[in-house]
Design a binder for this molecule. Sequence first.
Ligand code: C5P
Length: 201
Amino acid sequence: MAFTIAIDGPAAAGKGTISKAVSDHFGYGHLDTGLLYRVVGARMLDGAEPVAAAEALEVVDLERDDLRTAEVAQAASKVAVIAGVRAALVDFQRAFARRSGGAVMDGRDIGTVICPEAEVKLFVTASAEVRATRRFLELTGKGSIITLEEVLADVRARDERDMNRAEAPLRPAEDAVTIDTSSLSIEEAIGQAVAVVEARQ
Ligand code: C5P
């Protein structure tokens, strides 16, 4: 039976970690939908036209190893404002969401646009400062030379674009449960998410 869990929220709020843990806990599939936009952003940086790149997207593209860079993240949020790019990625996401055995989908517009019928909707958020600090530690831990101020400016620029775009702006669905991870440990945040899902099963 299909069971869809939509997990939306801004960059670096803990969505990815929570989504992975929830999918492991329930044995569901997990799709990080940001990767789709990152592939299109990376293709644009390679010189491709974004809508054509979105239409040509294949599963293997999600394995490109440069998708996690700050440059590709910014490019992803730029291509994500283009209606034709978003439209080209809908079917792939809906097909994954309805796969048998359950699916956890994380992104920005899953509960509002892609899967408005999802059985569970979570909105995972945290203050911009907390999110930037987490992302800074993650990037410097991997050897990036970057300052906290640069990461905070990047997070704010992406928030601004994601929340104010005309197409599928980032916002909680009316029936979403919000989890603010600013002062939660990873374990506490995962525990809250699992409890919400269990209450709906
Ligand atoms: O989640 P992640 O940081 O990988 O997403 C990269 C960018 O892709 C976001 O800043 C956002 O602009 C876009 N995105 C989106 N809709 C989604 C997932 C990601 O617009 N469902």
